[in-house]
Ligand binder design. Sequence first.
Ligand SMILES: [Zn+2]
Ligand SMILES: [Zn+2]
Length: 216
Amino acid sequence: MAEARCLSERAGHATAIPASYRPTLHVLVNLGLGVLALLLSLAGLARVRAVELLVVPSTFIAMSLLEYASHRYLMHRSTRILPYAFEAHVLRHHASFGPEHMAIGASREIGLILFGLREVSLFLLATLPGFALLAWWGSRNVALLAAAMVFVHFLLYEGFHLVAHLPADHWAARQRIFAGARERHARHHAEVQTNFNVTPPFADWLFGTLGRGPRS
Ligand SMILES: [Zn+2]
Ligand SMILES: [Zn+2]
C-alpha cells in the first residue's frame, strides 16, 4: 500500500517537472561543471609545499560533516531558514523513492534526484567563505586544494546518489565501486535515521549512525 502510494507520488512529482527538462543535459551540466571547477582549481596550483597538502584530508572531514549536518538537520527537518530543502528532499525525493522502489522508472525522474540550480548555488554560497578564509589565512594553494576537494565531494555526492537510484541492471549500478554506496543509501531510504552521508560515510561512522547490511 505504502509502495503504491510512493509510485503515485513519484508520478505526480515527475509530471510537475517542466516539459522542457532534459535529463541528459542535467547530468552533463552538474557533473561537467563539477569536473571543470575541479580542473580549474588544480590548474591554479603552483609549487605546492607538503604542509599545504594537509588541507586535503581536513577538507574531506569538513565536507563529510557539512554533508551530514545539512542532510540530517536541514533536509530532514522543516526549518524556517530553508523550508525548500525539506520540501525537495523529504516531500519530493523520499516520498518518490520508497525502499522497495529505489530505481528510477524513466530518465526524467533524474530531476527528482540531482541538485537543481538553487541547491548548487546554495552549496557554492556555503563553501565560498571558506575558500576566502583559507586564501587569507593560509595561501592560494591551500584555498585551491580545499576548493578541489569540495568539488570532488560534490561530484561524489551527485554521482553516488544518481547511481544509487539507477536500476540494478544498469551498467553503472553493476560496478563494484558503487555497491557500498547503493546499499547504504537504500538503507537510508528505509531507515531515515541512518546513513546521512551519501559519500564515503566518515561522519556517519563518527556519530554512530552508519547502517550496513540487510535491514532489520
Ligand atoms: Zn535523506
Ligand atoms: Zn536518494
